[in-house]
Ligand binder design. Structure first.
Ligand SMILES: N=C(N)NCCCC(=O)O
Ligand SMILES: [Zn+2]
Ligand SMILES: [Zn+2]
Length: 325
């Protein structure tokens, strides 16, 4: 990106509740020559084991993102001024064929990445993280993974099916697309099928920071633990919104009591500033179970923080290149 970025619609001139809802009122991909960071929706929920509805998340999150403002005080960055951020629209995937949907996502997100954009995805259910990690790994090699979720999502199959929202991270380890030295779950809680769920998960290479750990140890200590595990590796962040307590995110398909507050989640994310974040997803928002947009608001802020972290990284990389030349 060489020109001045095209920013969001100016909310002091056009009321933020007017006009089309792109993410944060940003330009569409086809309105700019190229993008540094692309927010893309994937309306897909055919992989869920309980309540459906995450297919409606991209449009709900775009609606609630109208209120986002252009300066992030916590990270001291104006992401839309520093980098070209766009809304790349939705990927149209087959709701009747999970295998085909997974392939479409890998191809189309991969094509977007090949234009030079870092991608933040609004799901959709957690099945999507597998094709997203495949696309990332094709371009960066096996990545460190930070997985925020009430659930492990390292189960083997449901009804004999390998591609579901409870199984993406077992597939990712089997396929060698994540770095098994740097896998962490954050926010884990709730009943399991058996103790073997935990031993299997550990065998795959995951470390766990439970929801109770976040409460007992506090954000700073948790961030320290996570960062020492991630090191300098390229990092992918996957955020299942059910990592939040149902009080903070009622609109989701498999809610579990005892979760993180949205403040804790946002502060942990801010603690990742300076790590080599290369892509992220926000999944499992199911607007039909939401109240007063609580869940969509949380998701749009989480996506804004991810975009801001990526923007800081892009600007740092650009400055480094400038110094080298
Ligand atoms: N990925 C999410 N949200 N949930 C997985 C739950 C799997 C189960 O029904 O046991
Ligand atoms: Zn979950
Ligand atoms: Zn999940």
């Amino acid at each position: 990106m060489t020109e001045t970025p095209k920013g969001p619609v100016d909310s002091s001139r056009v009321p933020r509740f007017a006009g089309p809802a792109t993410f944060a009122r940003l330009p569409r991909l086809d309105e700019v020559p190229s993008a540094d960071i692309a927010v893309v929706g994937i309306p897909f929920d055919s992989g869920v084991s309980y309540r459906p509805g995450a297919r409606f998340a991209p449009s709900a999150v775009r609606e609630t993102s109208r209120l986002l403002r252009p300066y992030h005080p916590g990270l001291d960055v104006s992401p839309f001024a520093t980098t070209q951020v766009v809304d790349a629209g939705d990927i149209a995937v087959n709701p009747f064929d999970i295998g085909e949907a997974v392939e479409t996502v890998q191809e189309q997100v991969g094509a977007l990445m090949d234009t030079g954009a870092a991608v933040v995805t609004i799901g959709g259910d957690h099945t999507l993280s597998l094709p997203l990690l495949r696309a990332v790994a094709q371009r960066h090699g096996p990545v460190a993974l930070l997985h925020f979720d009430a659930h492990l999502d390292t189960w083997d199959t449901y009804f004999g099916e390998p591609y579901t929202h409870g199984t993406p991270f077992r597939r990712a380890v089997e396929e060698g697309i994540v770095d098994t030295e740097a896998l962490s779950h954050v926010g884990t809680r709730g009943p399991l099928y058996g103790k073997a769920d935990l031993t299997d998960d550990q065998r795959l290479g995951f470390g766990i920071v439970t929801s109770a750990d976040v409460m007992r140890q506090g954000v700073d200590e948790v961030v320290g633990r996570l960062r020492s595990r991630i090191g300098e590796r390229p990092l992918y962040v996957s955020i299942d919104i059910d990592v939040l307590d149902p009080a903070h995110a009622p609109g989701t398909g498999t809610p579990e009591a005892g979760g993180l507050t949205s403040r804790e989640l946002l502060e942990i994310l801010r603690g990742l500033n300076g790590s080599d974040l290369i892509g992220a997803d926000v999944v499992e928002v199911a607007p039909a179970y939401d109240h007063a947009d609580i869940t969509s608001v949380a998701a749009s802020h989480v996506a804004y923080d991810l975009v801001s972290l990526l923007s800081v990284n892009r600007a740092t990389q650009r400055n480094r290149k400038g110094v080298e030349q």
